[in-house]
Design a protein around this ligand. Structure first.
Ligand code: UDP
Length: 154
């Protein structure tokens, strides 16, 4: 299992509006993952439709796109062993009411349409979503992380 597995995580507008950004970042950091990309954006309709393109025929698609574009989203790339599957486990089931307490959705939500956070569901999705949301120059490389530019020493 590789130490540099990367997954795409997005805190949706409800999670940002409810002040859950710090809590969520803290959970991934305490688990042992490394934040290699982070930005806050209000996604364009194009970006939202591309991100959720697998759902374009579903009845909830237009509501989902309107919601995701309605305010700031905190987009992140997290790196570490098993990060794709572990992030999904930490996030919980799609419907927060079916998510176990202890998961992010299980602890903080009750509505499937306001389920706080997105996480890539496979290696292929992670690759696609990271490329969709981030330019490669916006992600830390091994060189930066292992140098003293990353953790300033005084
Ligand atoms: N969604 C919704 N209604 C539904 C199913 C899904 O609003 O009946 C939204 C919900 O925000 C979910 C997103 O569509 O997170 C993508 O659905 P998916 O099945 O990929 O769930 P996820 O991978 O986010 O758990």
């Amino acid at each position: 299992m590789s130490n540099d597995e990367r997954t795409f995580i997005a805190i949706k507008p409800d999670g940002v509006a409810r002040g859950l950004v710090g809590e969520i970042i803290s959970r991934f950091q305490r688990k042992g993952y490394t934040l290699v990309g982070l930005k806050q954006v209000v996604p364009s309709k194009d970006l939202a439709e591309s991100h959720y393109e697998e759902h374009k025929e579903r009845p909830f698609f237009s509501g989902l796109v309107s919601f995701i574009t309605s305010g700031p989203v905190v987009a992140m790339v997290w790196e570490g062993k098993g990060s794709i599957a572990m992030a999904r486990a930490m996030i919980g089931a799609t419907n927060p009411l079916a998510s176990a307490p202890g998961t992010i959705r299980g602890d903080f939500g009750v509505d499937v349409g306001r389920n706080i956070i997105h996480g890539s569901d496979s290696a292929d999705s992670a690759k696609r979503e990271i490329a969709l949301w981030f330019k490669s120059c916006e992600l830390l490389t091994e060189v930066v992380r292992s140098s003293n530019l990353y953790v300033p020493s005084l």
